[in-house]
Design a protein around this ligand. Structure first.
Ligand code: HEC
Ligand code: HEC
Ligand code: HEC
Ligand code: HEC
Ligand code: HEC
Length: 254
């Protein structure tokens, strides 16, 4: 009896099946890549601003504390952006004729605030508070990354829900002693959702810390990473953080 399908059709069938599998995998990979791409998450994307303000310059080189400009960060849900008066406190004397600072001088003269384009912006249905996080030992670096190394502001994290929840499941990987909150370069933090990575925060002891507002010079006294987790949980207990309740929907959607 004549074969209905020529043997070569087996190859065609295989190719089609493999093709379909690869195609499906490709689509989901592309979807994943899209959701996690800078296009969606805005991670590392720099926004155009009227004045190219450099955190690296003002924080790292001049040694200004975050609270000098974001003075509400410990007191209210929003960290707030500095008023023109704060800039003019210095720039009425230094670089007072610089062209890049003209919008600052104009804003001051007219009494109109500078309009900064927001880099971080959660949807309205999400509740977030800086005050709570700072009070419970989450440092700026854990969410904003190496601000002290940013010539222009950019996002270090996606601000997606799973990013928030990852840390709410394991706050012991992020919490720091109060003296460390405004320090930089001490941990790998939770950026990129690598929440299981043992953090370096507690790798440095309390000695050798520099005062707030000065450059952070990591102490040379290292500890083993097994202690890192332990002291993280100790801190969680000290701050009275109840991890069990932190992932409830009402925490962030009230
Ligand atoms: C001299 C004032 C000054 C100091 C000090 C300062 N900032 Fe800023 N910061 C600004 C200004 C101005 C902006 C708005 C322009 C921009 O986004 O670059 C800003 C923006 C930001 C933003 C993004 C805001 C948004 O649009 O979402 C973050 C996050 C931030 N600062 C964190 C910090 C941290 C952390 C520190 C301490 C290490 C710090 N800043 C110190 C002036 C300052
Ligand atoms: C504590 C003093 C101080 C404050 C407050 C301050 N600046 Fe500066 N700023 C400086 C100094 C000093 C320089 C650099 C001079 C130099 O490079 O020699 C500078 C430089 C700059 C430059 C030039 C580009 C660069 O980064 O080198 C810009 C733009 C600028 N500042 C914007 C601002 C804005 C906007 C604010 C308010 C949010 C602000 N500054 C607040 C001291 C200050
Ligand atoms: C737990 C994560 C987290 C920590 C810790 C954190 N931030 Fe933020 N920050 C955010 C998020 C999320 C936003 C966006 C808030 C929004 O859109 O309502 C933001 C926004 C900001 C803004 C823009 C203005 C505003 O309040 O919306 C500034 C400035 C800022 N943060 C500075 C800081 C500084 C300084 C620290 C350290 C004391 C800090 N942040 C610690 C997550 C964090
Ligand atoms: C790096 C760790 C970390 C990240 C990232 C983080 N949080 Fe938190 N969050 C904490 C800790 C620690 C607490 C303190 C829990 C407590 O009060 O016991 C907290 C508390 C809160 C609370 C108050 C809970 C209460 O006591 O009612 C809210 C709301 C909240 N976070 C929202 C968010 C949102 C929204 C995001 C993402 C945009 C976020 N958090 C990202 C660590 C984090
Ligand atoms: C720690 C804070 C946090 C917790 C807890 C949390 N969410 Fe969210 N949620 C967010 C943030 C931030 C966003 C906005 C960013 C995003 O879309 O990922 C969001 C977005 C959403 C959205 C809109 C999604 C979209 O694509 O626009 C829904 C629906 C939602 N959350 C439901 C829930 C439910 C249900 C729970 C409880 C199982 C929950 N959330 C717990 C922070 C949280």
């Amino acid at each position: 009896m004549a074969q209905i399908f020529h043997p070569s059709m087996n190859i065609v069938a295989r190719v089609t099946i493999f093709g379909a599998i690869f195609f499906a995998a490709g689509i989901s990979l592309a979807g994943w890549a899209f959701v996690n791409s800078p296009y969606v998450t805005q991670v590392n994307v720099v926004r155009e601003q009227a004045v190219p303000f450099s955190h690296q310059h003002h924080v790292r080189e001049l040694g200004l504390d975050c609270r000098y400009c974001h003075y509400n960060v410990e007191k209210s849900s929003s960290a707030g952006l500095p008023t023109t008066e704060i800039c003019m406190g210095c720039h009425s004397q230094v670089w007072k004729d610089a062209e890049v600072l003209r919008p600052v001088r104009e804003s001051f003269a007219k009494g109109e605030p500078l309009l900064w384009t927001r880099v971080h912006d959660l949807p309205d249905f999400v509740y977030f508070s800086h005050k709570i996080h700072v009070a419970k030992g989450v440092g700026c670096e854990s969410c904003h990354g190496r601000v002290d190394e940013m010539p222009l502001m950019r996002r270090a994290a996606s601000l997606h829900m799973d990013w928030c929840v990852d840390c709410h499941r394991h706050p012991e990987l992020a919490v720091r002693p109060q003296a460390d909150l405004f320090q930089f370069g001490r941990n790998k933090s939770l950026l990129g959702g690598v929440s299981t990575e043992p953090l370096m925060r507690a790798a440095f002891t309390a000695e050798g810390q520099s005062a707030p507002g000065t450059r952070s010079i990591p102490s040379a006294t290292h500890r083993k990473s097994s202690d890192t987790l332990k002291s993280g949980s100790e801190l969680v207990a000290e701050y009275g953080i109840v991890t069990r309740q932190l992932t409830d929907c009402v925490v962030c959607h009230r």
